[in-house]
Design a protein around this ligand. Structure first.
Ligand code: 7GP
Length: 839
């Protein structure tokens, strides 16, 4: 047009580079080029996935400059890098998040639309990297996001599992596990760096020798060697120039096959060795808070930790650092005990391979490592049988014995004659079978130990790590968890993000405390109605998704009451079910009863070997069958179990929730992070005083939180008195009716024995005190139903919940880690000028 020509004449014409340009025209051209030249397809034969890949490469091109500039800015001797070691990173899909971080969502949407496609559909194509089980892995991902947002130099180190957490299907109400082949169609976000491969040794034995300088040394003669190949994924900061790295290790055999065996004609034997090596990074162990580890799990842990430490040392030496100063350029965080073998491995690398004396090495090690604990469940505390440990890592076992010998000497000096304390603190658990206690190794070898919510950190000091606290109180601190508002508000709930930004500006995205300014709107009728409308839109979207996935029709005007998290007895999904049955019984007794229509939505995976958790899934589905199909209920109650809960699905769920179920037995949930995501998105919480619920309630105000249940102290006291669940059963007719129904088969198509193990547990042991908390939960849920009838008041509470969740940004958490534990500071990234083609 004339206008365009005039504008072109006025300014010097610049043709954007196809790989970096951000105009809609350039994006369209780059997208078409990538489809043709990278995917090798044209529009005639391209699948939706081809389009997704073409777009992913288009976006990747646009972040590489940031990535390389960040590496350059950080590769300096004076820079301190945070190394976050974690067996799990539950990153969620990258495409949408990268568009948000680069600030190019709108142009890209338009470019895709003008190419005749739909951006949301392409985003939905991405197979999420499910390299984690639940809270611990997702926390690691939120922390990487915040580290980049705050421009803190950081590397996430973990395993590149070929198969991530299994996909869940529901058949006949039961969970069925399907292999997660997430790499099947390729992964456009990772770049392999085979030139940075490292070797890891396993098995064999050790030999003592005296070196040339007359020093006593030990060498490890391993039985086998495995190779670790790094795969790097960029982690973008939000609208800044920083792009940190997630480096995941893949296990390979050093030679593709054994020529000796091959020459003898044993082709299969030779290939077999290769398969054996590659097993190590084959599959994620699907247990959260695991019960019993296997040898392969210890191999995984050692493998990625050894690769990572060698990498860290290599970088340190490359920038000219001295190993004695490692702690000045490296802060290594242990995400629970899974990587805690790193303490013995760093000692081995320093003492055996770099010839540093023990005392210096121990100083370096303690100053470098810090440990976060994520669980209070005793059965989740890792310990390895000495025999297994010694045969896989003979040198490390010797090192651990030596650490322990010196450590116990210190303890004796501080607490003379206290042999009980020595036994309790020892890194080795004595008994007919001896074990290495990994939490003790982590605690002894770190300068900082933290829990993940205020209550949890107190309980650590009081119970699980009490003796360590008495020995070194200065090591302990609390770091309440947080979640990233970029993924969990902006990306998941764009309409809400828009309303918030329109009302208070967009500073909240980087500084979540600014949400407080929303308090002004809590009573504003116009604002309230927009707030409600957005919630309704999100609920309608979720309802549509539920219909597609399960065939169930749910009413978007009913109260959406949601519990999504791993299935675990301590999280008490079955307490939720007891309430549903109670409501159902009331309706059966009096079909005219006025109740608030509710949709109960569940999602979550059970560890494949955890029978009781699987039975709880079956229970939810059985109750759903009965309730959803009973004409007396008349659609007023609906129960949905949505299969395959994951990050992608979480992004749909949190924005649509009105009631967040956080109902674990007090003293059992370390923190919870879903609780924060719900609340930020305007859901109210029904919860116990457990984990971070305590702090969420403190922030939101007790009048905006539905509290029920025993406190931690009351739980202890009740158990100490001798808890008898039958007392509650006998004393509460409504509860008795529900339990009797479970036992009778009316909820399981007449199969009377189906839920017998559950009933038996509840009546005879009830470790998690469901029966003790039942009445309090029912009354609280009834209050929720009442409160929902006053929509204005409910909306006010909802707005105040969002407004007051600033504390739970992972940015706040990461700032605290940086200041109190890591001593890491931001490093400015200057974008290296990219030569632009000009006409
Ligand atoms: C979880 C805790 O159960 C959860 O309360 C917490 O919010 C989350 O970590 C992040 O801190 N723990 C795990 O996922 C886990 O596997 C076992 O812990 C070591």
């Amino acid at each position: 047009s004339d206008k365009k020509t005039a504008a072109a004449a006025a300014a010097p014409v610049q043709i954007e580079d196809d790989r970096t340009g951000l105009s809609v025209e350039t994006l369209k051209r780059a997208f078409a080029d990538n489809l043709f030249y990278i995917q090798g397809k044209n529009a005639d034969i391209a699948t939706l996935n081809d389009y997704y890949m073409a777009l992913a490469y288009t976006v990747r091109d646009r972040l590489l400059q940031r990535w390389l500039s960040t590496i350059k800015a950080q590769l300096k001797p004076e820079v301190k890098v945070v190394y976050y070691l974690s067996a799990e990173f539950l990153m969620g899909p990258h495409l949408g998040n990268n568009l948000v971080s680069l600030g190019i969502y709108d142009q890209v949407r338009q470019a895709i639309q003008e190419s005749g496609l739909n951006l949301e559909e392409l985003i939905a194509q991405e197979e999420e990297p499910g390299l984690g089980n639940g809270g611990l892995g997702r926390l690691a991902a939120c922390y990487l996001d915040s580290l980049a947002a705050l421009e803190i130099p950081a590397v996430g180190y973990g395993l590149r599992y070929e198969f991530g957490i299994f996909d869940q299907e529901i058949r006949d109400g039961w969970q069925v596990e399907i292999t997660d082949k997430w790499l099947r169609y390729g992964n456009p976000w990772e770049i392999a760096r085979p030139e940075a491969t490292v070797e890891v040794k396993l098995g064999g034995h050790t030999e003592a020798f005296v070196d040339g300088a007359g020093r006593y040394r030990v060498r490890w003669i391993p039985e086998r060697t495995i190779v670790g190949v790094p795969y790097d994924t960029p982690v973008l900061g939000f609208k800044n120039n920083a792009a940190n790295t997630l480096r995941l290790w893949k296990a390979e055999a050093p030679e593709s096959f054994d020529f000796q065996a091959f020459n003898l004609g044993d082709y299969y034997g030779a290939v077999n060795a290769k398969m054996y090596s590659e097993n190590i990074s084959k599959v994620l162990y699907p247990n959260d808070e695991p019960l019993q580890g296997r040898e392969l799990r210890l191999e995984q842990q050692f493998f990625f930790v050894s690769c990572s430490l060698q990498d860290i040392i290599r970088r340190h030496l490359y920038v000219g650092g001295k190993l004695e100063d490692l702690h000045n350029s490296a802060a290594i965080q242990l995400n629970d005990t899974h990587p805690s073998i790193g303490i013995a491995e760093l000692m081995r690398l320093l003492v055996d391979e770099h010839n540093i004396d023990w005392d210096t090495a121990w100083q370096i090690t303690q100053n470098t490592f810090a440990y976060t604990n994520h669980t209070l469940l005793p059965e989740a505390l890792e310990r390895w049988p000495l025999s297994l440990f010694g045969s896989l890592l003979p040198r490390h076992l010797e090192i651990i014995f030596e650490i322990n010998r010196r450590f116990l000497q210190e303890v004796s000096a501080k607490f003379p004659g206290d042999t009980g304390r020595l036994a309790r603190l020892s890194l080795i658990q004595e008994g007919p079978e001896k074990f290495v206690r990994m939490a003790h190794l982590a605690s002894a070898g770190s300068h900082a130990i933290n829990g993940v919510a205020a209550l949890h950190s107190e309980l650590l000091k009081r119970d699980v790590l009490r003796d360590f606290y008495e020995l070194s109180p200065e090591k302990f601190s609390n770091k309440t968890n947080g979640v990233t508002p970029r993924r969990w508000i902006m990306l998941s709930n764009p309409e809400l993000a828009f309303l918030i930004s329109e009302s208070i500006g967009d500073g909240w995205i980087k500084n979540l405390g600014e949400l407080r300014e929303l308090e002004r709107f809590a009573n504003d009728k116009e604002f309230q109605s927009r707030w409600r409308q957005i919630k309704l839109n999100n609920k309608t979207n979720l309802a549509e998704y539920i219909r597609k996935r399960t065939g169930l029709v749910v009413d978007p005007h009913s109260l959406f009451d949601i519990q999504v998290k791993r299935i675990h007895e301590y999280k008490r999904q079955h307490l939720n079910v007891l309430y549903i049955i109670t409501l159902y019984n009331r309706l059966k007794q009096n079909p005219e009863l006025e109740i608030t229509p509710r949709t109960f939505i569940f999602g979550g995976k059970a560890a494949p070997g955890y029978f009781m958790a699987k039975l709880i899934i079956k229970l939810i589905n059985s109750v759903a069958d009965v309730v959803n199909n009973d004409p007396d209920v008349g659609g007023r109650l609906k129960v949905v179990f949505l299969p395959d809960y994951n990050v992608t699905f979480g992004q749909r769920v949190y924005p649509a929730a009105e009631l967040s179920e956080q109902i674990s037995t007090a003293g059992k949930e370390a923190s919870g992070t879903g609780n924060m995501k719900f609340s930020m998105n305007g859901a109210l919480t029904i919860g116990t005083l457990d984990g971070a619920n305590v702090e969420i309630r403190e922030e939101a105000g007790e009048e905006n939180f539905f509290l029920f249940g025993l406190t931690t102290e009351e739980v202890y006291a009740l158990k100490a008195r001798g808890y008898n669940p039958r007392d509650y059963y006998n004393g509460n007719p409504a509860l008795r009716q529900v339990i009797d129904q479970l036992a009778s088969g009316v909820l399981s198509s007449g199969e009377t024995h189906l839920f017998a193990p559950l009933v038996d547990h509840l009546l005879n042991r009830d470790e998690y005190l469901l029966l003790a908390d039942y009445q309090s939960y029912v009354e609280c849920q009834d209050r929720v139903g009442e409160a929902y009838r006053d929509q204005e008041h409910w909306t006010r509470m909802s707005i105040l919940n969002s407004a007051r969740m600033g504390k739970f940004s992972s940015d706040r958490a990461i700032r605290e880690y940086c200041e109190d534990i890591w001593g890491a500071v931001a490093v400015d990234v200057v974008l290296e000028e990219y030569v632009q083609a000009t006409a």
